[in-house]
Design a protein around this ligand. Structure first.
Ligand code: SF4
Length: 204
């Protein structure tokens, strides 16, 4: 197993193990904590369906030009793994685990299956990726979509960007406090993210 897959695999297995050992009350609290994030993700999906699904289907999938979902092309945050585990059934998570374990390589993301992405709630980096060509085309014909996209980008930061207390940081801290550490905990590992948190603490 290559390093990318191993890190993903270990995070997934460890999150499932920890969640399985938590009391029902703690799981319920975690589900409550991610509720507004899931609402945000639904809004992103509605937006993408409304403005981008046709363009992406025509330009990329039918013409086989897609640069999306390329191998090891995305960062997966630890919180992505947690959110997805909290909303997915065992069968689906087991499928993800096997996919990582049995990966045979190739040009596309390990998670891309015949019916699309195997995650129930895709990593945030994937959900918010729009290539320049698609943006130019859509925003030229739907100027209101550009403002709506900026609004969604702002909401995303409210969950992921630690220049204030954010969900993605809290979820990492929750598992760190229980002895689980992972290279996917970028909000606790990445120098850039740590600097943001330091600045926020010094000037809240
Ligand atoms: S959307 Fe899914 S298949 Fe595509 S890059 Fe993201 S994780 Fe991989």
């Amino acid at each position: 197993m290559n390093r990318y897959n191993r890190e993903q695999f270990e995070a997934l297995v460890a999150v499932r193990r920890h969640l399985a050992a938590l009391p029902e009350k703690a799981i319920a609290q975690l589900r409550k904590d991610i509720h507004s994030y899931l609402e945000f993700r639904e809004d992103v999906d509605v937006y993408l369906k409304k403005y981008f699904s046709l363009v992406c289907a025509r330009q990329c999938y039918r013409n086989a030009r897609s640069a999306c979902c390329s191998r090891e092309g995305i960062i997966t945050f630890f919180a992505d793994v947690v959110v997805n585990a909290l909303v997915s059934g065992d069968t689906r998570l087991e499928e993800l685990r096997k996919t990582l374990q049995e990966d045979r390589g190739g040009p596309k993301c390990v998670y891309l299956g015949p019916e699309g992405c195997r995650w129930r709630v895709r990593p945030i980096v994937c959900a918010m990726f729009l290539c320049d060509a698609a943006q130019e085309q859509v925003f030229a014909s739907h100027p209101e979509a550009a403002g709506a996209w900026r609004e969604l980008e702002g909401r995303r930061k409210g969950f992921t960007w630690p220049d204030r207390p954010v969900l993605f940081d809290r979820l990492e801290a929750f598992f760190l406090a229980r002895g689980l550490s992972s290279p996917l905990m970028y909000l606790h590992n990445s120098p850039g993210m740590l600097m943001l948190k330091r600045k926020w603490r010094e000037h809240p």
